[in-house]
Design a protein around this ligand. Structure first.
Ligand SMILES: Nc1ncnc2c1ncn2[C@@H]1O[C@H](COP(=O)(O)OP(=O)(O)OP(=O)(O)O)[C@@H](O)[C@H]1O
Length: 312
């Protein structure tokens, strides 16, 4: 397969657990040497998709290729070339952190220096601690170290910074960015929008097993030139309020109800729009608690498309 072909190709993937459809005819691709973030609320199908790409699950419908290989049928050939950070760690419960890492390193032909990785990810202090006694953040850091120690061509990381403190998050981001600079492809899932916005070259937003939006963070949040205004009011407004505000603002803006006390207004955040929002509040006897102007975030994009918040 030529090196310009995608690192990951998912074509019409469908996965079910019993009657429950977890992944529904999903198609996307991941370019080599990029960081791609797969975003979505709990239960969207992110982990199932990743596990299928990692060869843990056989596609029930559609086709998956990873580095040109069928990850289920050709898992033996694929495994030495990929790194996998699982959501639940993947280390043996009694083994000491650094021993585990040395063991994984020894399975690879040209591993990263373990001591360097231990220092980079701040694992030195807990190196002799058994895995089951590590904190959640330490387990995450060990899981990441295990995924990258073999110098993979492609690394799958499932919620890499969940449970980490801010310093560990920064070290993790820097490590992932360095890997990209070295030509490694990274596919990550995350619930943190700032993480996706900071790291990802490409973002795929999944909801209920289906792809609902794809693009660079810039394309998804800024390219329309639109900003957002969040209006939070002191008392619940009537169900007719969003439509009434939409009429008052006209077609250039889009009003989305977040809940019965807050609305998201997307469109030109100019003086005219702000004046119309204020006038509407006055006419409808609505007292704003806050009126916040900001750039559109990936959470706003999700809310606009689905009418639901990404994080419940
Ligand atoms: N082993 C399983 N048996 C039955 N249902 C499952 C199983 N694993 C996942 N599911 C269901 O499939 C759907 C997709 O789950 P999945 O873990 O892939 O989502 P996710 O996007 O990774 O969620 P999270 O962000 O919470 O990790 C969910 O509705 C989940 O409850």
């Amino acid at each position: 397969m030529p090196a310009t072909d995608p690192a990951v190709l998912i074509d019409g993937l469908t996965m079910k657990y019993g009657d429950k459809i977890a992944v529904d005819d999903l198609s996307l691709s991941v370019e080599r040497g990029t960081i791609t973030a797969v975003l979505g609320p709990n239960g969207a199908g992110k982990t199932t998709t990743l596990e299928t790409c990692e060869g843990y699950r056989r596609p029930q419908g559609g086709r998956v290729r990873v580095l040109g290989l069928d990850p289920y049928a050709e898992r033996k050939d694929l495994l030495p070339r990929i790194g996998v950070m699982l959501q639940d760690g993947g280390a043996w419960s009694g083994v000491r952190a650094v021993e585990m890492l040395r063991h994984i390193a020894a399975l690879h032909a040209n591993p990263l220096p373990v001591d360097l990785l231990v220092e980079r990810l701040g694992l030195g202090e807990c190196g002799r601690t058994p895995y089951r006694r590590l904190s959640g953040g330490q387990q995450q850091r060990l899981g990441l170290a295990m995924a990258v120690v073999g110098r993979p061509e492609l690394c799958f990381v499932d919620e890499p910074t969940a449970g980490m403190d801010p310093a560990a998050r920064r070290s993790t981001w820097e490590l992932l960015e360095e890997m990209r600079a070295d030509g490694v492809t990274v596919v990550l899932t995350t619930h943190y929008m700032d993480e996706a916005e900071r790291l990802a070259d490409q973002v795929h937003i999944i909801d209920r097993g289906s792809l609902i939006a794809s693009g660079t963070p810039f394309e998804l949040t800024r390219s329309s030139g639109h900003a957002t205004i969040r209006l939070v009011v002191t008392e619940p407004f009537p169900p007719s309020a969003p439509a009434s505000l939409q009429r008052a603002l006209g077609d250039r803006t889009e009003v989305t109800e977040i809940n019965n006390q807050s609305l998201l207004i997307t469109g030109p955040a100019d003086a005219d729009t702000l004046a119309k929002v204020s006038a509407w509040c006055q006419q409808h006897n609505v007292l704003p608690e806050s009126l916040t102007l900001g750039q559109r975030t990936l959470e706003d994009v999700f809310l606009q498309i689905t009418g639901r918040e990404l994080r419940a």
